[in-house]
Design a protein around this ligand. Structure first.
Ligand SMILES: CC(C)(COP(=O)(O)OP(=O)(O)OC[C@H]1O[C@@H](n2cnc3c(N)ncnc32)[C@H](O)[C@@H]1OP(=O)(O)O)[C@@H](O)C(=O)NCCC(=O)NCCS
Length: 146
């Protein structure tokens, strides 16, 4: 795994907002309460990307995963997700919604699940209830990252 370190940031972080906007990911709810965001730093202290999580009762929604374009395709995105998931309470299940990156998350151990099997608190997040289209793929971490 690439050596990635996370530093917590707020949803108002300008670099986070720019990275999400450039990747055509929503920024609509990033300043709402209940979200935790991270900047991901390489061993030499460069910002390589971002990630975020929302607590949904005992479970989590992983969101806002974005790599700087020049860092993509070398395993760093996988490392960012793995480090983010490793920072969570292991008792909670981890869900996400994606319109474009299901194959990527599948490589990390997420599997598609049907909406009717997703906890109500996860479905109630703004990401799942309004921001992501109903056609978005909902995934759950089935296999812990290696
Ligand atoms: C999605 C994203 C985070 C992936 O990051 P990355 O650093 O390019 O991905 P990695 O190099 O770590 O890839 C990890 C694995 O997933 C695979 N993978 C990555 N993107 C893939 C894709 N679009 N389709 C299929 N497989 C993919 C890689 O081949 C690699 O497989 P391996 O473990 O067998 O080598 C990055 O492309 C990105 O920031 N995209 C724009 C924002 C975005 O769509 N975020 C997701 C929001 S839900």
């Amino acid at each position: 795994m690439s050596t990635i370190r996370l530093e917590q940031i707020t949803g108002s972080d300008a670099d986070l907002k720019a990275a999400l906007t450039d990747a055509h990911l929503s920024t609509d709810d990033i300043e709402d309460s209940g979200r935790t965001f991270f900047k991901a730093l390489s061993a030499d202290g460069q910002i390589v990307g971002f990630s975020g999580v929302e607590r949904c009762d005992g479970d989590y929604l992983l969101r806002s995963v974005v790599l700087h374009p020049d860092r993509r395709g070398t395993g760093v995105g996988k490392a960012v997700v793995e480090v983010t998931v490793a920072s969570l309470d292991p008792g909670g299940a981890v869900f996400l919604a994606t319109t474009s990156a299901a194959p990527f998350f599948g490589r990390i151990g997420f599997s598609e699940v049907q909406r009717d099997s997703v906890p109500a608190a996860v479905l109630a997040t703004r990401q799942l209830s309004s921001i992501c289209p109903s056609s978005a793929t909902i995934m759950k971490l089935i296999k812990p990252p290696i």
